[in-house]
Design a protein. Sequence first.
Length: 242
Amino acid sequence: MICADDRRAYWTALGWPCRRLAPDTGFYLVDDTHGLTLRNAAARDHGRGLRLDLGDAEIARRIASGRRSPLAQAIGLRRHREPRLLDTTCGLGRDSATLAALGARVTALERHPVLHALLDDALTRARAEPGGPQWLANWQTLVHADAIRWLEARPAAPAFDVIYIDPMFAAPRRKAAPQKALAWLNALVGIDIDADRLLAAACSRAGRQVVVKQHARAQPLALPDRQVRAKAVRFDIYLTGG
Ligand SMILES: C[S@@+](CC[C@H](N)C(=O)[O-])C[C@H]1O[C@@H](n2cnc3c(N)ncnc32)[C@H](O)[C@@H]1O
């Protein structure tokens, strides 16, 4: 990893020591004037790398789908326009950004140190950009934490109306190769085998509901109260309000 001095100690402590030269194998981070980039030594020319950009076309497309999109419907954004939302699995930040742009007040958690670092860098760059999107103000916090422990340590009184969970599941068989960003996410993070524990912790702390994103044909983690279906994915909804 090649990085600026002020970030070096933090990443070293997280097990990603700084390197002046790229390694022969595996993923590594490069921190330069363009921002923080994840590269893969196994890719040809180490690939162009993966740098998160909250203004990218994929996020813009999702925001343009508006409150009628399956994600927005599952969160309940047509009735509740500014919910306090906890995204427990921030990943590439696409759902957090989309929901913040559609009005939710977002707190986001990510436990993988590299993904958290990439997200933190993307948020910092977006906030420093003159004339950046106004919705950034709705993305209130990004925390590097395991959501199960983070939720269990919180007081029982709910601080969030909706808790959102989008864990890494085993990918279904598919004809097309996944997008590079998703393939790299898969290789870096692997499968989240504790999603059922996360659902239990979320159900004990959500004011109104918990929403779990799943592949369209996957088994639900538990019997949901409602479902919103899209072409490739499904949102399972667990009502927690009295
Ligand atoms: C499928 S990705 C999420 C994609 C995200 N919804 C987006 O729009 O880019 C799952 C992410 O959740 C994170 N994750 C899974 N379980 C977690 C937990 N208990 N606490 C914090 N992060 C978690 C993983 O590290 C991974 O980055």
